[in-house]
Design a protein around this ligand. Structure first.
Ligand code: ADP
Ligand code: MG
Length: 311
């Protein structure tokens, strides 16, 4: 059995690219780029709540960092540093090696230095703290939506929830949709380039982690506004529609921007080869209220709007 320190050294200590002092001391030392603001966020993944005990360790490693990177994307920040606090039931090296591979694969893709953390024995639990940089005053917030803004979403929300439904036997998917849905569930792609490009374009931004309606609700409440959505879907309840509106775990970006920026958003979609769909408008009204319609203007009723750990 490797000791705690051997484990850290073998699996969580990698060379850093832009860090003064990384793993190995009682604290790390970072040097933010001159004049930049730091954006800091933390997110935890707990066995039984966020992943199953038999989850693929490499995919889990990727996702553990990716969901944190997504928070940086939603803030319009360039992700730079991360710390990993890990509780592990045992020092099973094959499992930890795969987890570490997925985790550092994500770190490499997004240019993130892993600068420290904590390792302890316990039910599997991973808590990442991530730091990113933005020019002063240019971070994207939830609170800036204005009446008249268009509401946009990237990619195709609902894929992750559909993949989960397939895995749990609640639906049967077929290729190529099956592959797309499982990839969305296991290997979410945080929209960092989109987030950086939305600085100066978006008035409010959030990443879709709780479900499209729930996360839109967060923007609307923070901004003190309402919204009218026109969803190009049948008004008949279906798993696909429910996943789209209330699925969560997608890590797409949901944002609002003035109609005068419509062409800029369309150009971004083309240059990033990423679908950006306008799904409605912000309106003056009761904060958080969402008027949901299908493509023909008929009202859509939806039972629950997203994931709430204590709801
Ligand atoms: P301390 O004795 O101060 O609690 P630790 O023994 O927990 O320090 O950790 C030793 C070093 O390894 C520290 O620099 C810490 O940041 C780093 N570290 C511990 N666990 C991890 C991990 N899972 N991933 C990355 N770095 C880690
Ligand atoms: Mg110490």
């Amino acid at each position: 059995m490797p000791s705690e320190f051997e484990l850290i050294d073998r699996y969580f200590n990698r060379p850093t690219a832009h860090t003064t002092l990384g793993v190995g001391d009682d604290g790390a030392i970072i040097r933010p780029s001159p004049g930049m603001e730091l954006v800091i966020s933390t997110d935890m993944l707990v066995v039984g709540t966020h992943f199953l005990s038999d989850a693929d360790p490499e995919a889990l490693g990727w996702k553990t960092l990716a969901v944190n990177v997504s928070d940086m994307a939603a803030m319009g920040a360039q992700p730079r540093w991360a710390l990993l606090a890990a509780a592990l039931p045992a020092a099973t090296e094959s499992w930890i090696e795969k987890f570490s591979r997925g985790f550092f694969c994500c770190a490499d893709v997004f240019g993130i230095d892993v600068i420290g953390g904590d390792t302890t024995k316990g039910p599997r639990n991973f808590c990442v703290t991530i730091l990113g940089e933005v020019p002063p005053g240019s971070a994207l917030l939830r609170s800036g939506a204005q009446p008249g803004d268009q509401i946009w979403v990237s990619g195709r929300p609902g894929r992750a929830a559909l993949g989960l439904a397939h895995m749990q036997g609640r639906t049967v998917l077929h290729e190529p949709v099956l592959g797309e849905c499982l990839a969305a569930l296991h290997r979410p792609q945080p929209r960092v380039t989109l987030g950086l490009s939305l600085r100066g374009i978006a008035n409010a931004t959030i990443d879709v982690s709780d479900g499209l309606l729930a996360d839109l609700g967060h923007i609307l409440k923070s901004s003190g506004v309402a919204a009218k959505l026109a969803i190009n879907m049948s008004p008949e309840p279906s798993l696909d529609r429910e996943c789209y509106l209330a699925g969560g775990d997608d890590y797409e970006l949901l944002f609002t921007s003035p109609p005068s920026r419509h062409a800029d958003v369309a150009a971004l979609s083309a240059s990033l080869s990423l679908a950006l769909t306008c799904i409605g408008n912000v309106e003056a009204g009761e904060a958080g209220q969402i008027d949901l319609r299908d493509a023909d203007g008929q009202p859509i009723e939806i039972g629950h709007s997203g994931y709430d750990h204590f709801g």
